[in-house]
Design a protein around this ligand. Structure first.
Ligand code: HEM
Length: 467
């Protein structure tokens, strides 16, 4: 770890605002971010100035420097109030990425406030982490059951052989069903919630209203569960910290929903892609039952949280070839750091079945993914991927891997669709009580996912809509 300099940055060292910056988010970045990271590293070294929708920030590219930023919480602060450009009113008021940073929740806290929030989360999540507790057992069973029901729905909708989008028809609804259950939602969460989370993270033109809608939904949920507590994360958060009001609880749920839906969802999709793109090593390790290893490897070569949220320099500090000024924003890039790690590790790593656990897919340091959440995330990913390959005798991409459409955004590396041609095994699950309206709704496609989920949940759990 680099020692903190006793003095401020030399006056003649270039300031972030004075450097010519290239926009990070380009068509090339969407298609091949690795090439962009390589070029930036070649030009600037381990830390590069980039433009994010018109705002300059530092992108931290090399593994050593990323670890330093993640681990040294005294130097690298999370609280957005440390951001000089924001404090001095230099950010455009409609800057699309601002909406997410303005949601003050655990991720954007420092010091004791952050530690207290983590203790609350840990206490509230613990029952779901333990497979022997009723909550943990029930959640595990529900994940597998929902996955099976979605495969059965696919069979009812498209037949035992056919075409499917494993994003819209499997991963997104699965995680919405898990969120509905874990959070104790009295009504089904719809696909439009996921779209709002996408808009916020990707900085879409309507990121502000989308963030507002999602926050309002979770604040309503908090108020509902306060009136009627249950065996769910919302109620347990409330129990663990009775001082949380509905607004703050709504903000914490919102952030958990981002990880549970978007990050976990893209971990599923990136892992499925890793297997489907035909890498023999990965297929071999999967058939050898090493699902966990496949997920681990995916976290290394294609982490869903590609570039982590900003940290803000507490003091002037040298990082890579530059002096970072107090209040500058830096984004630690897990994806670029892994590229660096793979390059400096044995060059045969990529083709090898041996992965490394040095990946930063869970983050590092005080803000890393909480252990209970990691366990939950791993469970969901391995169950979701495992069920697909258990029930499908064949699955192949219908597009060449280099033509798959990726979302355009600075944080998440996520597929818009994962189209496959599949063949189901003879013993794959079937809908026991198929209903014409369910099949009809499903056929109407992605835009109708809310109706699909409502119908599916009625089928699975009975018409208990307002417990
Ligand atoms: C495979 C799935 C998951 C992955 C890859 C993942 C990854 C991460 C990463 C990289 C961070 C650190 C971000 C940073 O430092 O900027 C993080 C933090 C976090 N994750 Fe996860 N996560 C996953 C699943 C989950 C789930 C299921 C939950 C909740 C139910 C969750 C809750 C959280 C929370 C609350 C934080 C913030 C911790 C803090 O700021 O102290 N994660 N996660």
């Amino acid at each position: 770890m680099e020692a903190l300099p006793p003095a401020p940055a030399p006056a003649d060292s270039p300031r972030l605002g004075s450097l010519p910056v290239q926009p990070l988010l380009t068509a090339e970045f969407d298609a091949d971010p690795g090439a962009v990271y390589r070029r930036l590293r070649g030009t600037y070294g381990p830390v590069a100035p980039v433009g994010l929708m018109g705002v300059p920030v530092w992108l931290v590219l090399d593994y050593r420097e990323v670890l330093e930023v993640l681990r040294n919480e005294q130097q690298w602060r999370r609280d957005v109030r440390h951001w000089r450009a924001r404090a001095q009113g230099e950010l455009p008021s409609d800057w699309p990425l601002l909406a997410g940073y303005e949601v003050r929740q655990m991720m954007f806290m420092d010091g004791e406030e952050h530690r207290a929030a983590r203790r609350t989360h840990h206490t509230a999540l613990r029952p779901f982490q333990d497979s022997k507790s009723p909550e943990g057992w029930e959640l595990r069973t529900a994940v597998a059951r929902c996955a099976d029901e979605l495969v059965a729905l696919l069979a009812a909708e498209s037949g035992r052989t056919g075409f499917a989008d494993l994003s819209a028809q499997y991963t997104r609804p699965l995680l919405l069903m898990v969120t509905t259950k874990l959070f104790g939602c009295p009504v089904d969460l719809g696909d439009e919630l996921v779209m709002d989370l996408w808009r916020m993270l990707d900085g879409g033109p309507d990121a502000g209203p989308a963030t507002g809608r999602a926050l309002a939904a979770f604040t309503r949920l908090a108020a509902h569960r306060r009136a009627r507590p249950g065996d769910d994360l919302t109620s347990y958060l409330m129990l663990a910290d009775p001082s949380l009001d509905d607004e703050q609880l709504g903000r914490e749920l919102f952030m958990n929903a981002v990880y549970l839906n978007d990050i976990t969802g893209n971990m599923i999709l990136n892992t499925l892609l890793e297997v489907l793109r035909g890498n023999a090593t990965v297929r071999r390790s999967l058939s050898a039952g090493q699902l966990g290893e496949t997920v681990n490897r995916t976290a290394l070569v294609n982490p869903p949280g590609a570039n982590m949220c900003f940290r803000f320099a507490a003091r002037d500090v040298r990082l890579g070839e530059f002096w970072i000024r107090a209040g500058d924003a830096v984004s630690p890039s897990a994806a670029a750091a892994h590229q660096d790690l793979l390059a400096i590790s044995s060059s045969h790593m990529v083709g090898s079945a041996v992965s490394t656990r040095a990946h930063l897919g869970w983050g590092a340091g005080s803000h890393q993914c909480p252990s209970a959440a990691r366990e939950l995330g791993s469970l969901i990913v391995t169950t979701a991927v495992g069920r697909i390959f258990e029930h499908f005798t064949q699955a192949e991409l219908t597009l060449p891997p280099d033509q798959l459409p990726w979302r355009a955004g600075p944080v998440v590396r996520g597929l818009k669709v994962l189209p496959v041609r599949y063949e189901l095994a003879h013993d794959a699950p079937v809908l026991h009580r198929p209903r014409p309206e369910l099949t009809r709704t499903a056929q109407q496609g992605e835009g109708q996912a809310r109706g699909l989920l409502a119908a599916l949940r009625r089928l699975m759990f009975g018409a208990k809509q307002d417990e």
